[in-house]
Design a protein around this ligand. Structure first.
Ligand code: GLN
Length: 282
C-alpha cells in the first residue's frame, strides 16, 4: 500500500472502504486541521507517514460504523459547535425541533417574563440547554444528567461557548428545586429494547437510547408523572420521543392533567415532539 497517499488517493481509499465522500473530507479536515477550501485546492498534497497511519485508523473506525462526530470530537447543533465523545448521544438535527419550539414559547407566552426558568432533563452534551441559552440569553437555564461523564462534557461545552447554564447531577426531577419552571425540556431515552435500529447505534451510550427495563415509554412516563410540582402555572413540558410514540405521549400528558397538548414534526415529517401546558390554578 502507498504509505504517503495524496489527498486525492486518500479519498479514493475512503470510497473503496465504503466511507462517504463528505465524511472522508471531514475526516481529512480534522486530521490536517484545514478547512474545506484548502482541502479542495491541495489534491496532490501527500500525507506524511504519521498522517497516513492516523488516516487509515480513522477510515477503519468510520467504516465500522463509528459516528463521524466521535472521530472528529465535534458536532454542530443549532449553529453551536459542540464537543462530543462516546459518553454522550450525538446531537441530532431532529432535536432542533424541540429547541425551536422552546424558543417560540419564550418569544410568545413568556416574552414579558424577565428571567424565564428553563430546564433540560438528561442533557447529554448540553445541546438543548446551550442552544436555548444562546438564542435566549435572558432565560435562566438549568440542565441535568445522571451520567457524570456526560455532565463533564456538557459543562465543558458551556465553558468553551461562554454560555451560563447550571449543571446538575441526578435522575430526571431529583436535582431540581425551586424556582418553578416556565419550560421543561427533555430528549430522554425512548427506544424499545430489541428495536431493529439499535445495532446501528451501538457506538452511542445505551443509557441515552433505551430506558432501564427496555420499555420505550418508561422514561417519558416518569418525566410526565413527576413534572407538575416543578412547573409554574402555565408552564410547558416539551418532550422528544420516537416517531410512533406521539399518541401515547399525548395520552400520558392528558391523563396527568396537562392542557393544550400538541405535537411538532421533525425534518422527516414525523410527530417527533409532544408537549403540554400545566394549567393555571385559577
Ligand atoms: N433520536 C435518536 C435516534 O433515534 C434516539 C434518541 C433518544 O432515544 N432519545 O437515533
Amino acid at each position: 500500500m502507498n504509505t504517503q497517499p495524496s489527498l486525492r488517493e486518500a479519498l479514493a481509499q475512503a470510497a473503496a472502504a465504503g466511507v462517504e465522500r463528505l465524511d472522508a473530507q471531514r475526516l481529512l479536515q480534522h486530521l490536517l486541521q484545514q478547512g474545506r477550501a484548502w482541502l479542495l485546492a491541495h489534491d496532490d498534497e501527500p500525507l506524511s507517514t504519521t498522517q497516513a497511519a492516523a488516516w487509515h485508523a480513522l477510515l477503519a473506525r468510520r467504516a465500522a460504523g463509528e459516528p463521524l462526530a466521535y472521530l472528529t470530537g465535534e458536532r454542530e447543533f443549532h449553529g453551536l459547535p459542540l464537543q462530543v465523545n462516546p459518553a454522550v448521544l450525538v446531537p441530532r438535527p431532529d432535536t432542533e425541533t424541540l429547541v425551536d419550539w422552546a424558543l417560540e414559547l419564550l418569544a410568545g407566552p413568556w416574552a414579558q417574563t424577565p428571567c424565564p426558568q428553563v430546564a433540560d432533563l438528561g442533557t447529554g452534551s448540553g445541546a438543548i440547554a446551550l442552544a436555548v441559552k444562546q438564542a435566549c440569553p435572558r432565560a435562566s437555564v438549568r440542565a441535568s444528567d445522571l451520567s457524570p461523564a456526560a455532565l463533564a462534557m456538557a459543562r465543558g461545552n458551556g465553558q468553551r461557548l461562554a454560555l451560563e447554564v447550571d449543571w446538575l447531577a441526578g435522575p430526571w426531577w431529583q436535582p431540581y428545586g425551586p424556582p418553578a419552571l416556565h419550560l421543561a425540556l427533555s430528549n430522554p431515552p425512548y427506544i424499545e429494547a430489541g428495536d431493529p435500529h439499535l445495532p446501528a447505534l451501538r457506538h452511542e451510550p445505551l443509557s441515552a437510547l433505551v430506558p432501564p427495563g427496555g420499555d420505550g415509554l418508561a422514561a417519558l412516563r416518569e418525566i410526565i408523572q413527576g413534572a407538575p410540582p416543578h412547573l409554574a402555572a402555565g408552564g410547558w413540558l416539551l418532550l422528544e420521543h420516537g416517531h410512533d410514540q406521539a399518541d401515547a405521549v399525548a395520552a400520558l400528558l392528558r391523563q396527568r392533567g396537562f392542557a393544550q397538548v400538541q405535537h411538532q414534526r421533525d425534518l422527516g415529517g414525523h410527530r417527533r415532539c409532544t408537549g403540554g401546558c400545566w394549567p393555571d390554578a385559577t
